[in-house]
Design a protein around this ligand. Structure first.
Ligand SMILES: [Cu+2]
Length: 114
């Protein structure tokens, strides 16, 4: 004998969530060439360095227009930039983002955290 107990829970209250006012993202009418590079200001602290990959793990503040605050790895292309970095460095730089990926350049290390 088989006893099937079906418990159906419906948690749908039907109350519509207030819709967040969305600011429509306006894409410039096809005037942007492919492979366009976007630039964003990044501020944060270096919490890890991977010399093999030449990536820095940066605990970054919100990158306005791109992403919220988090800790993540960023490729560093410039040797001059790379040599400035130490774990613990407080940095400010520019994220260059394109269809090919992203990297951090134009790095400035805050005085006292070199
Ligand atoms: Cu991030």
């Amino acid at each position: 004998m088989l006893l099937l107990l079906m418990l159906s829970l419906t948690l749908c209250g039907g109350a519509a969530e207030p819709e967040a006012e969305e600011t429509a993202e306006e894409t410039p009418a096809s005037s942007a060439p492919m492979g366009q590079v976007e630039k964003y200001v990044i501020k944060g602290r270096v919490v890890g360095l991977n010399a093999e990959e030449k990536t820095a793990v940066i605990e970054h503040e919100e990158i306005v227009g791109w992403m919220s605050a988090m800790t993540m790895g960023f490729p560093i292309r410039d040797d001059a930039d790379w040599q400035k970095l130490k774990v613990g460095s407080q940095i400010e730089g520019t994220v260059f983002a394109s269809d090919d990926g992203f990297y951090v350049g134009e790095i400035k290390v805050a005085a006292g955290s070199e």
